[in-house]
Design a protein. Structure first.
Length: 165
């Protein structure tokens, strides 16, 4: 299971009342489904090993969003207690994109960060991923910089986005 030792309060699953979705800690048993979804969505996907390493990192907060026991979204985050939460990977299955589920998952990430005393949130987004950029802006993230040629397949710059409380 994911280490959540950096969170001040114990984590319990959250059932989103209007959607019927469940947000819960990611588990090792989820990784086949998560890695498959990653391959279906991204041209340069994380490997199952990358997810496994992240899952067992003592500074990670890894969540899944599911309905009917099917994972429809996930988030892998790195926490530096009382300082920073980095959103390393936030993904929603294609059929569920642009329906508010990214907002549900991002809300939970921010909530867990605040519970850990975090006031700064950061992430990178492909410049071409306008849907993700719009979501992050809706949540108060601002462009703070750019990483040239950060992404591969295809090569593309990343926008560095941050949110300060």
């Amino acid at each position: 299971m994911s280490s959540l030792s950096t969170c001040k309060k114990p984590f319990t699953a959250l059932r989103a009342p209007m959607s019927g979705y469940l947000i819960r800690p990611m588990q090792e048993a989820d990784l086949d489904q998560v890695a498959q979804m990653e391959k279906e969505i991204y041209s340069d996907p994380w490997s199952k090993r990358m997810f496994l390493d992240h899952l067992f990192s003592p500074t990670s907060l890894n969540l899944t969003l599911e309905i009917n026991k099917e994972i429809t979204g996930y988030a892998c985050n790195t926490i530096i207690p009382e300082y920073l939460l980095a959103i390393d990977n936030l993904t929603i299955k294609r059929d569920f994109q642009k329906k508010g589920y990214g907002s549900i998952l991002l809300t939970k990430i921010i909530q867990k960060g605040k519970e850990s005393g975090i006031n700064t949130f950061t992430l990178e987004a492909r410049e071409s991923n306008q849907a993700a950029i719009a979501l992050y802006r809706k949540f108060g993230f601002k462009v703070a910089g750019q990483r040239k040629r950060y992404y591969h397949s295809p090569v593309e710059d990343a926008l560095i986005m941050t949110r300060e409380e």
